[in-house]
Design a protein around this ligand. Structure first.
Ligand code: GLN
Length: 489
């Protein structure tokens, strides 16, 4: 049962072949056994979870179940969930119990999904390896000496290790796609504004976007159907008609060549030096498969993409320094036990509550926003951001989707990049531009590289083209089985 897709599990629940309590218990037992090794969850609350499962069973018993009713889903600990400790991977919030639900949590609960627990993450979603978490690193289920990727590493490891059949994540510069690639999953970052950020603890508000992490594209579509939708409480939430993101996964007109008519853009900037040979081989084989399915490929250019890391590391810290100013020991979470006066309380609280990477970002962000540097750094970065977005607009005149690697390497060893922040930042070289442009992107498993570690293929869509990305990924997953492989645990 633990290897079944959300679609299969939903079917079994609705026919009452299995109850939500049984299904949820199976996952809770795996969590109890494997979480001590993987550290994928920060908080598990068996009773709270089982109470939700019983409620789902009651709904199913009345014949009221939808596609997700009774299905256990893990939430990244960046999403506020009522009654649950919500830490954002930080000491600052280590004692914070949320009094309300994030929009995403509310939507999934409304659909009948059961909250399995809160997953580990880089502190305030800053990182690419899940090593900045106050709660310790997450281990990669394929090889526990390796990182899970980040910042949604707990969600990725949980789904890969079959501790959860699906999970939520957030992606500011790659944090859904990169851990999905490193753990062998399917993960999708929607177009900016499709998923409400209400109750999702803010890192860089103009880039942050929640999305699903699951084993297949079809399962991601199912989760996204519930997670998306207008929310007046987020001023950047978009008011659009509801969509069925799985509408493209039905029978293809031409089953042998279902991708006839699709043009895939291959940016030369994605295939140059920098990508490891094992990753390049798997990605190129995947693109050959996509061609066999009938798609055409064209070479394209994204000339300003090389600026995406420097631009991101001005803008994201600038927004973070502002967003994190609310953690002052008065309103939320941790407060230093000893202090002289108010100013001293602020200083000690923040010195104790935040880890090194978060402090580094606050310093950079405050610097680039300060008088005299604002024009030189922040404003300049905003202009370059526009140029990066325009590159994509130009590219999508020649293609329907863009493909390339998600990460330049497979999962690296724990500790390997911790001492060198720039080395760590380069882990997101292929994903960050997508956030700067506000586009949707996904990562799907496409093979294995060195040491038997998974490789991810990145698919980037035009604005609001999630359904097409999902269809393309699904066609590929119909003829390959990378997404079905499981680590031996
Ligand atoms: N690794 C990037 C960072 O550290 C992106 C993180 C994310 O997408 N949340 O900022």
């Amino acid at each position: 049962m633990i290897n079944e897709s959300l679609v299969q599990l939903g079917g079994r629940l609705r026919t009452r072949e299995v109850s939500s309590v049984e299904l949820t218990t199976a996952f809770l037992e795996r969590i109890a056994r494997l979480n001590p090794v993987l550290n994928a969850f920060i908080t598990v609350d068996r009773e709270r979870t089982l109470a939700q499962a019983r409620e789902a069973d009651a709904r199913l018993g009345r014949g009221e179940g939808g596609p997700l009713t009774g299905i256990p889903v893990a939430h990244k600990d960046i999403f506020c969930a009522r009654g649950w400790r919500t830490t954002c991977g930080s000491r600052m919030l280590s004692n914070f119990v949320s009094p309300y639900d994030a929009h995403v949590v509310e939507r999934l609960a409304g659909a009948g999904a059961v909250c399995l627990g809160k997953t580990n993450m880089d502190e305030f979603a800053m990182g690419s390896s899940n090593e900045t978490s106050h709660f310790g690193p997450v281990k990669n289920p394929w090889n526990t000496a390796m990182v899970s990727g980040g910042s949604s590493g707990g969600s990725a490891a949980a789904v890969a290790a079959r501790l959860a059949p699906g999970a939520t994540g957030t992606d500011t510069g790659g944090s859904i796609r990169q851990p999905a690639a490193l753990c062998g999953l399917t993960g999708l970052k929607p177009t900016y504004g499709v998923v409400s950020r209400y109750g999702m603890i803010a890192f860089a508000s103009s880039l942050d976007q929640g999305g699903p992490m699951a084993r297949s594209a079809q399962d991601c579509a199912l989760l996204l159907n519930s997670m998306s939708g207008f929310d007046p409480r987020d001023s950047t939430s978009l008011e659009r008609p509801a969509e069925d993101y799985s509408r493209g996964v039905d029978a293809a007109r031409d089953p042998d060549r279902p991708l006839v008519g699709l043009t895939v853009g291959l940016p030369k900037e994605f295939f140059g030096p920098g990508m490891d040979a094992d990753v390049a081989a798997a990605v190129e084989a995947a693109i050959a498969e996509v061609r066999r399915l009938g798609a055409q490929t064209v070479d394209i250019g994204l000339p300003n993409m090389e600026l995406s890391i420097p631009v991101y590391y001005v803008l994201a810290p600038a927004e973070a320094s502002s967003n994190l100013s609310r953690f002052d020991g008065v309103r939320y979470g941790h407060r230093s036990a000893q202090f002289d006066d108010l100013m001293d309380m602020y200083c000690r609280t923040r010195a104790e509550g935040f880890g090194d990477e978060v402090k580094r970002r606050i310093l950079i962000g405050t610097y680039v926003l300060s008088h005299g540097y604002y024009d030189a750094y922040y404003l300049q970065a905003q202009k370059l951001r526009r140029l990066i977005a325009q590159d994509f607009v130009a590219a999508f005149r020649h293609c329907d989707v863009i493909m390339g690697p998600t990460s330049p390497t497979v999962a690296f060893a724990l500790g390997a990049r911790s001492a060198d922040p720039v080395q760590m930042y380069l882990s997101d070289i292929y994903t960050i531009a997508v956030n700067l442009a506000g586009l949707p992107g996904m990562s799907i498993p496409c093979g294995f590289g060195g040491h038997g570690l998974p490789v991810g293929l990145q698919i980037i869509g035009n604005y609001f083209d999630e359904a097409r990305m999902i269809e393309v990924a699904h066609r590929y997953q119909q003829v390959t089985d990378w997404h079905l492989r499981a680590p031996a645990l």
